[in-house]
Design a protein around this ligand. Structure first.
Ligand SMILES: Nc1ncnc2c1ncn2[C@@H]1O[C@H](COP(=O)(O)OP(=O)(O)OP(=O)(O)O)[C@@H](O)[C@H]1O
Ligand SMILES: [Mg+2]
Length: 254
């Protein structure tokens, strides 16, 4: 049975979509079958980040409303065909996602994929629906104080809805901002949120470029792609120490 991983945060723009795509490719490289679901109903982005926007024909809501078969909505990654994207609808309201139909769909895909990633937007209604189908969650946070406070609420909601396997990815890590106290340190974030950090991704050109050019950063074989690969490995139980923040600092552009 596949595991369902919710990629969430509690704040917009922390890098959830970019990290979902990069993680999907990282799992695909490990020969796992992966379904990446764009959960951002009404604000479809994951197809762009995968570089697959020209191949989208049908979407999640079409599937839930029985307008097409699941297979007719899926788009395979160009380099890793075992990684599939289920795009969402772009112009439909949040109310068009029927919770029961979504749950049924998740139960079906659990038997067909090793890993199911749900890219969750900052929307309480969708978040609650996705929580109810998820086995574990990854909160993508930054060192911004507001982001960490919102993440605290997100983690409480996850726990109160029985999602207890929670980890943190600190994205957009900025060494100078952290050293000068503008951003919270990794230790501060760990203390405040009391959850395990399984990856620190620097604020860097590689991530911004991968997201905007539609080439998940895991594909380029570079340092940042390796960081994401390590996150995927840690999620599968491997023990790999975190990269030091001084080493990450070299990838900050400022
Ligand atoms: N590590 C990074 N370094 C530099 N820029 C980044 C990094 N991660 C994300 N970004 C920038 O942040 C933008 C937002 O990323 P992304 O769309 O993945 O966030 P999101 O959390 O999914 O946003 P939303 O909440 O709107 O869905 C990207 O367009 C990219 O330019
Ligand atoms: Mg997003």
């Amino acid at each position: 049975m596949g595991q369902v991983i919710l990629v969430c945060s509690g704040k917009g723009g922390t890098g959830k979509t970019g990290i979902t795509a990069a993680l999907a490719v990282a799992f695909g490289r490990k020969n796992l079958s992966v379904l990446a679901i764009d959960g951002a109903l009404g604000f479809r982005n994951l197809d762009i980040v995968f570089g697959l926007e020209n191949r989208v024909i049908n979407n999640l809501i079409d599937v839930l409303e029985d307008k097409c078969e699941l297979g007719a909505a899926l788009v395979s990654d160009r380099k890793f065909p075992s990684v599939r994207l289920l795009p969402t609808a772009w112009m439909r309201p949040v109310s068009s996602l029927d919770e029961k139909s979504f749950k049924n769909l998740i139960e079906r895909v659990r038997s067909e994929y090793d890993v199911i990633l749900i890219d969750c937007p900052d929307n309480e209604v969708l978040f609650k629906t996705y929580i109810s189908c998820s086995d574990r969650a990854v909160a993508v946070i930054t060192g911004d104080v507001c982001c960490v406070r919102n993440a605290d609420k997100t983690l409480r909601t996850l726990k109160s809805n029985s999602v207890r396997d929670i980890s943190l990815i600190v994205n957009r890590f900025d060494y100078k901002k952290t050293a000068s106290g503008i951003h919270l340190s990794i230790d501060d974030m760990t203390d405040l949120l009391a959850e395990n950090v399984i990856g620190i991704i620097p604020e860097c050109e590689a991530m911004a470029s991968g997201i905007n050019r539609g080439e998940p950063v895991t594909l380029d074989g570079g340092f940042v792609g390796k960081l994401i690969d390590n996150v995927a490995s840690r999620m599968l139980g491997e023990v790999i120490p975190l990269t030091s923040v001084k080493k990450l600092a070299r990838y900050n552009k400022n």
